[in-house]
Design a protein around this ligand. Structure first.
Ligand SMILES: Nc1nc2c(c(=O)[nH]1)N[C@H]1C(S)=C(S)[C@@H](COP(=O)(O)OP(=O)(O)OC[C@H]3O[C@@H](n4cnc5c(=O)[nH]c(N)nc54)[C@H](O)[C@@H]3O)O[C@H]1N2
Ligand SMILES: Nc1nc2c(c(=O)[nH]1)N[C@H]1C(S)=C(S)[C@@H](COP(=O)(O)OP(=O)(O)OC[C@H]3O[C@@H](n4cnc5c(=O)[nH]c(N)nc54)[C@H](O)[C@@H]3O)O[C@H]1N2
Ligand SMILES: [Mo]
Length: 707
């Protein structure tokens, strides 16, 4: 998120694509509705479904699932064709515009209408709203990311904002509403398989940096791995770990997986759940560390499960990071109840028994403060150097002294600082960066240019050379160099370099252009590729998916070999999934809550009136929904015009049933949730993003049978 939830109050136009914030981010809605109702900003909502958010829209765009890149490139093309692009911003701060423009030219309103189903008049109307109401914000969520071309979708959103010149300004930006409480913090410390904390990657230099921060010997860390190769090899992702067990797609790891720890993770949140179930049946050991036993425990039929009850967030404390890159201190409300232990304690007990507590806790005497201090010492890349526990607590304690519009404290102990010290917060005295890439302020006061991450010059395939640094004259006030500059050598490992850069009025990571052409991506400019399982057989030939990827996070991942034009004949309906306001994630917490379970007690499928009539179904009837991979679920139908005549929507929060069979009796006594139901993820299709491997849960095919 480049700006903040609060900053949306200043937007002149709000473009939301693949987000249903009215259900998934109801608190953020106060800022969206403020901009809309108080300031009169138009609200554009792009979603295949007429959601509760769409009900608030000035302009609701119904789009065919999995075609967002085509729509976005169509908007970009239309904006350029009408000469509405921000030429000065592009001239000074953007790279690869020419290359991008040529690709975008393909997406004429007619072509876009054919791919997306959005009428060309509506595309023109939306483009005009964006062009005439600046600065506007672009907000996206899972409707954009959970696709095999999810990474292209996200880049197309960014390019749209570059073309409009909406970056680095209040009211503009690319604003991605995050998921869980503290998921931004979890991402920043990188609980992912392809990087060390703070986006350092897995190269030797990164390991050496973190070894220094942790105070442990690099050779010792190396000795913990099977071989040096595995120190630098991306791991399995959450989406596909089970293949490491069942190996139906070939794995590239020296040994299969035999044990899994679910630490605050619900298995029914993962697609291909019937495959995951096979893995649960095969594993030697399953450990669940959670305040609830979760559906996972009930699904394990072998006597191979350990339940370690952890506390909830109210029984522990520490720093947490919001969507807007802000830190807060969460204080404990009550002591842990019953035999539950905090996640810190559980971690400690493991580490002690594994025999390396002396190394793991070398710098950690006081939990959690010293953990936060260690992050501040190591996470230089995103500028967490100024996030000291004392400062974070001071902000939380003085919450009321900050302005709701600017996030800045007026007077008081945090005078002039921005709430939660939004990162990068480069030093112990830096006020935080409320808006990324804002060159109107000095870097030391929260300004920032674009990062120079990809060298200083690039030669495009046609021989055109381009300087990748910002144009002369474009820099933050007070910058020693009045124009673009490369990164400061050593800034990622030495806080003194960061301080030196700030003293010279400059950003440690350089001052560059934002790229519209990413040569290190499979599609340097985002292009439309038909969903892996597409309802439009005719378009597959024209817009095919990628070739298969043999080692994608250690698993053979099918793309071209999975995209079959004839599939739609047997599976004629499009399947999308998502959230409802009453439930959270896998639903362990909310389905175990009497009041929420009463509000939303049952799993259901939203189907259109025409589909209901064609299949002879009425509200409340049961149907089998079947996926191409052999998953099937029995659910109740909800007949509604929210979805179109070809699309079925499923919420993914249910569990405790499996293909028609109840597993209720498998829960530990007294721990059965109040609401049980079939997991949607039994029928979400095969399909993963080409870069991130996120599961494509919003672009599958299925078929219906009356139960
Ligand atoms: N109540 C509640 N709130 C939550 C959560 C929860 O489980 N419950 N989960 C949290 C988490 S972890 C996250 S990540 C966020 C997610 O928040 P959102 O992403 O907003 O939630 P979703 O409902 O998954 O998806 C949003 C919309 O994407 C649409 N969509 C599906 N396919 C497409 C497509 O191809 N194109 C477009 N443009 N749209 C499409 C769906 O119809 C849906 O309305 O919510 C967070 N907030
Ligand atoms: N079909 C489909 N599938 C999806 C999605 C979709 O849109 N469609 N969305 C995907 C997304 S974006 C996400 S983020 C995932 C979410 O999926 P998960 O993260 O797997 O599901 P949650 O239920 O949100 O949270 C997991 C568990 O954390 C536990 N928990 C809560 N607090 C604590 C704590 O302090 N400590 C510990 N140890 N545990 C705790 C909860 O009890 C819960 O059981 O689902 C993904 N799956
Ligand atoms: Mo999420």
């Amino acid at each position: 998120m480049t700006n903040s939830m609060n900053d949306i109050r200043h937007s002149k136009c709000i473009f939301m694509i693949g987000s249903n914030a009215a259900e998934a981010h109801p608190v953020a809605m106060q800022h969206i509705l403020y901009a809309k109702e108080v300031n009169g900003a138009p609200l554009i909502v792009v979603d295949p479904r007429f959601t509760k958010l769409a009900a608030k829209a000035t302009e609701y765009v119904r789009i065919r699932p999995g075609t967002d890149t085509a729509f976005l490139m169509g908007l970009i093309n239309y904006i350029i064709q009408n000469d509405w692009h921000d030429k000065e911003f592009i001239r000074t701060r953007v790279a690869g515009f020419e290359e991008m423009r040529k690709v975008a030219a393909h997406y004429t309103p007619e072509v876009v209408e054919d791919i997306t189903g959005v009428p060309k008049e509506q595309l023109a109307r939306v483009a005009k709203l964006l062009a005439t109401n600046r600065p506007g914000t672009v907000i996206w969520c899972m409707g954009i990311t959970q696709h095999h071309i999810g990474s292209s979708n996200t880049r197309a959103c960014c390019i749209l904002q570059l073309v409009l010149g909406n970056m680095g300004v209040s009211g503009g930006g690319t604003n991605i509403f995050r998921g869980h409480d503290n998921v931004q913090g979890a991402t920043d410390v990188c609980v992912l398989s392809h990087s060390l904390p703070a986006y350092y990657g897995l190269k030797e230099g990164s390991w050496k940096h973190w070894c220094k921060v942790w105070g442990v010997d690099y050779e010792w860390i190396k000795s913990r791995f099977h071989s040096k190769e595995y120190m630098h090899k991306k791991g399995f992702t959450l989406a596909r770990w089970y293949e490491g067990v069942i190996q139906e797609d070939k794995i590239t790891q020296y040994t299969p997986i035999r044990a899994v720890v679910f630490w605050g993770c619900a298995s029914n949140s993962q697609s291909q759940y019937h495959k995951l179930k096979k893995a649960l049946d095969k594993l030697d050991l399953v450990v669940i560390i959670d305040p609830f036993p979760t559906t996972t425990a009930a699904m394990c039929e072998k006597d191979n499960v350990y339940l370690l009850p952890s506390t909830s967030q109210y029984e522990t404390e520490g720093s947490v990071t919001s969507s807007s890159r802000q830190a807060q201190w969460r204080y404990k409300v009550v002591d842990p109840i019953y035999e539950a232990k905090t996640d810190y304690e559980i971690m400690y007990e493991f580490v002690k028994r594994f025999g390396f507590a002396d190394k793991f806790y070398k710098n950690i005497k006081q939990i959690p403060e010293d953990v936060t201090r260690e992050i501040a010492r190591g996470a230089l890349t995103i500028g967490l150097c100024g996030w000291l526990p004392e400062r974070i607590k001071k902000h939380t304690d003085n919450w009321h002294t900050f302005d709701i519009d600017t996030l800045q404290a007026k007077g008081g102990p945090c005078d002039g600082e921005y709430y939660g010290l939004p990162w990068p917060c480069w030093t112990e005295t830096h006020p935080g960066t409320p808006i990324l890439y804002d060159i109107s302020k000095p870097v030391a006061k929260g300004g920032l240019p674009f990062r120079a991450r990809f060298g200083t010059e690039y030669t495009y395939p046609d021989g055109r050379k381009e300087n990748l640094l910002a144009a002369p004259g474009v820099a933050n006030p007070g910058s020693e160099i009045k124009g673009g500059y490369p990164e400061f050598p050593g800034w990622k490992t030495d806080p003194n370099v960061i301080k030196e850069a700030l003293r010279r009025g400059m950003a440690p990571f350089g001052n560059a252009r934002a790229r519209c052409y990413c040569w290190n991506f499979p599609d340097p400019v985002p292009i439309h590729r038909e969903p892996l399982h597409s309802p439009r057989a005719d378009l597959i030939k024209k817009y095919p998916t990628y070739p298969d990827k043999p080692d994608h996070y250690r698993v053979y991942t099918r793309f071209a070999s999975e995209q079959k034009p004839e599939l739609v004949k047997e599976y004629p309906l499009v399947l999308i999934t998502g959230r409802m306001v009453e439930h959270m994630g896998g639903g362990a917490e909310t389905r175990s809550n009497k009041y929420l379970a009463e509000l939303a007690p049952e799993m259901y499928a939203e189907i259109n009136v025409k589909v209901a009539n064609d299949y002879g179904l009425r509200e409340g009837d049961y149907v089998w929904i079947e996926s191409p991979e052999g998953g099937r679920i029995k659910v109740k139908v909800k007949v509604t015009d929210r979805v179109d005549e070809r699309t079925i929507f499923l919420p993914f929060h249910f569990g405790g049933f499996f293909m028609g069979r109840s597993y209720a009796a498998n829960y530990p006594e007294g721990h059965q949730p109040y609401a049980l139901g079939e997991p949607a993820n039994i029928v979400t299709n095969y399909g993963y993003d080409i870069i991130t491997q996120i599961q494509a849960t919003k672009e599958g095919l299925c078929r219906l049978k009356k139960a």
